[in-house]
Design a binder for this molecule. Structure first.
Ligand code: ADP
Length: 218
């Protein structure tokens, strides 16, 4: 069954989440207390309503109980974020991702029952720093504490195939995808060989990603 989403708070962060989910063909209900924020997004998101998420009854009427995943993107309004999380938990919502502005708010949201808290500026800064530190790392996303997914250019041709290189054991990383010179993505087989100019999509700890970048490019 198709997953359903509710995005609460349609500032820059929330509206981009809502638009992206709609573009990915998901069912999204976008909510904001402010009429202008709702009308700004109405051309992109078919279901959007003006509502105050700090009121449990309002969320219940919007059908929050049946939503699979709620994103709380109220921004710097700590009190409204707290009340919204508590309401959602009362209604039995399990997956609640909250956008926080400050590290100190993160623990509060998690204690109240948020399943995940993200600080967009922090994530973007970490990702950017990791990209610019090496010319061969094109993209970098922190997927969980200490772990990341990175796109790394391969700087030379390898004689051995992936089984023979045994990078999983030697470097403790997984190559989950390769992008060839034409820009086509494919999931590699053990018999594939790494070629100069291809891009490897790699998962591992940050330290191991640094090591594998050195292996591909030194
Ligand atoms: P950003 O940094 O992502 O632009 P903002 O702080 O500008 O974030 O946006 C937060 C949004 O959350 C605003 O559009 C605001 O109207 C909305 N908002 C604030 N309180 C509530 C509430 N109680 N219920 C629903 N939306 C709210």
């Amino acid at each position: 069954m198709k997953k359903t989403f509710m995005v609460i708070g349609l500032g820059r962060f929330g509206s981009n989440i809502a638009k992206t989910l709609v573009a990915m063909n998901c069912d999204v209900l976008a909510v904001d207390i402010n009429e202008e924020s709702v009308s700004a997004i109405s051309g992109f998101v078919p279901h959007c309503v003006i509502a105050d998420a700090t009121k449990e009854r309002v969320l219940e009427e919007l059908g929050a109980k049946t939503i699979d995943h709620v994103v709380v993107a109220i921004g710097n309004n700590l009190q409204a974020s707290i009340l919204t999380i508590v309401n959602l938990r009362h209604l039995g919502v399990r997956n609640i991702t909250v956008r926080a502005d400050e590290e100190s708010h993160k623990e509060v949201y998690l204690t109240l029952g948020a399943s995940d808290v993200i600080i967009p500026e922090e994530s973007a800064a970490i990702s950017l720093a990791n990209q610019i530190v090496s010319d061969s790392i094109l993209d970098y996303y922190e997927v969980s504490k200490g772990y990341a997914l990175a796109k790394i250019i391969i700087g030379k041709d390898y004689e051995e195939n992936l089984i023979e290189l045994d990078l999983r054991n030697k470097y403790d990383i997984n190559i989950v995808g390769l992008i060839n010179e034409e820009g086509d993505f494919f999931i590699p087989r053990g018999t594939d060989k790494l070629q100069k100019g291809n891009i490897a999509v790699v998962v591992g700890t940050k330290q191991k990603i640094k090591k594998i970048d050195e292996f591909f490019n030194n």
